[in-house]
Design a protein around this ligand. Structure first.
Ligand code: TRP
Length: 451
């Protein structure tokens, strides 16, 4: 198989971490985590989310990095060159491509909401309302037709333009300075939320597990969120791993990425839930939760307009680094396996997301009664990709790296060809061979009621 394109390599070690963190940190942490935690009982969800990040997320992340860096290919190519002769493991890449486009579609809608809020913040109209109106304003906006559509399209076009500029230049530059700034803002908002009257109630909701709330729905949702938040299961981190330099330490990078990503999610929860209880909102509002709560927070903050403008601007950029990473999956596949030009591949990817994203954008308004399996298009894409396709992809990659790849390959990847030492090979192997495949299968079986 000939390499069509010269593969880029991230210039620095910081570049590798910053870029994978850029992919991992996004709406998944700031929008999806609070809403999922809110609808699944708070503390019970949190407990399993953290557990799954460390026993499933980190090992699968290592597996993706190793497979990517060791083969320097996209998800299909990586399976092809490492799988035993005649086997068909690379077909698992299909779920990755499908999931990446489904996620890009609904993610762009939420990123579009963020753009709307950014412009409303700058113009001052976001923070100039009494709390109860803020609530209704969002329902009115998201339930409309043209504005949600327009923002979804604008976001997708922005994503398209950044993608055309290539891997290292565009992505690395943006994400290197962006993530630390967003982090500082989150810490400031966190301190502010901790001074609210509902702080105690909010923190208890988030951190005190109510064991009676634990059921298969909570387990599945916590697992889905762990995969979603770490950008796992569709070959996204595998593709980024393929841009790592031979000196990048795989396990260390995985632990750093997972740690920072989890920290951002927790900060977001600590910002949102005290405010939910202070302003008398419902924690289980669903996908619109964060957008209903945040304006009230900014409204009560000195210089709220400045804070909210800055925050939504950074959130747009954080969303972009995430959508860039998920678009990279199908683009790398189109280019390297179907021999398309990068520009054509980017157009194909964006066009599909345009159509599907439009359906998602209308799911809160004109299409809110159009349901499949009792879910709107938006909710269906979100549920199927995060809770089913991503964990399935994770199951395959952990099983594959755990059982099918020769152990010299793993040894080389973990030690950078004997250059560094690695003490966790045994533990990692156990996680990849047993914990992840069995754990994910059990949760699936539990969900469909077999066990
Ligand atoms: N992890 C990102 C977030 O939290 C979303 C994301 C980017 C993603 N790339 C992905 C999710 C690949 C699943 C698979 O916002």
């Amino acid at each position: 198989m000939s390499e069509k394109t010269q593969r880029a390599v991230f210039a620095t070690r910081i570049g590798a971490v910053a870029t994978t963190v850029g992919s991992a940190v996004g709406l998944g942490n700031i929008w999806r985590f609070p809403y999922e935690a809110g609808t699944h009982g708070g503390g019970a969800f949190m407990l399993f989310y953290i557990l799954f990040i460390f026993i499933l997320g980190v090992p699968v992340l290592c597996a993706e990095y190793m497979l990517g860096r060791g083969t320097r290919k996209n998800v299909f190519g990586a399976y092809r060159v490492t799988q035993p002769k005649g086997s068909q493991w690379h077909l698992a890449g299909v779920t990755g491509i499908l999931a990446s486009i489904l996620i890009l579609s609904f993610y762009s809608v939420v990123a579009g909401w963020t753009m709307e809020y950014f412009f409303e913040s700058v113009s001052g109209s976001l923070t100039n309302n009494p709390t109860q109106d803020l609530h209704e304003r969002f329902a009115e906006f998201s339930g409309g037709t043209w504005r949600p559509l327009m923002w979804t399209w604008i976001f997708l076009l922005t994503n398209f333009v950044v993608l055309l500029r290539g891997v290292t230049k565009g992505i690395e530059k943006v994400s290197n300075f962006l993530t630390p700034m967003l982090f500082v803002l989150l810490v400031i908002f966190c301190i502010n939320s901790l001074t609210m009257s509902g702080a105690k109630e909010g923190l208890e909701f988030l951190f005190r597990p109510d064991f009676s709330k634990i059921d298969s729905r909570v387990l599945l949702a916590a697992m889905g969120q762990a995969f979603f938040s770490l950008s796992l299961g569709l070959g996204c981190m595998l593709t980024y791993g393929s841009y790592f330099s031979p000196r990048t330490r795989v396990v260390r990078t995985a632990v750093t990425t997972a740690g920072l990503d989890t920290l951002v999610a927790i900060l977001s929860g600590v910002i949102i839930f005290p405010a939910v209880f202070t302003f008398g909102l419902s924690p289980s509002a669903g996908p619109t939760l964060v957008f209903e709560v945040l304006p009230s927070i900014f409204n009560n903050l000195a210089f709220g307009r400045v804070w909210s403008s800055l925050f939504f601007f950074l959130l747009i950029l954080a969303s972009l680094t995430s959508t860039i990473s998920m678009s990279e999956i199908s683009i790398a596949f189109f280019v390297e396996q179907l021999n398309m030009k990068r520009s054509v591949a980017t157009i194909v990817n964006t066009s599909i997301a345009f159509v599907l994203g439009s359906l998602c954008a209308l799911s809160f308004g004109p299409l809110s009664d159009f349901t499949i399996f009792g879910m709107t298009v938006f909710n269906l894409f979100d549920y199927v990709s995060s809770n089913i396709l991503l964990p399935f992809g994770g199951l395959v990659v952990s099983f594959f790296v755990g059982w099918k790849i020769n152990s010299k390959f793993i040894e080389n990847e973990l030690t950078n060809y004997g250059h560094d030492s690695c003490h966790v090979k045994g533990a990692l192997t156990i996680c990849l061979r047993y914990v992840a495949p069995i754990g994910i299968s059990l949760i699936f079986l539990n969900t469909i009621g077999i066990i």
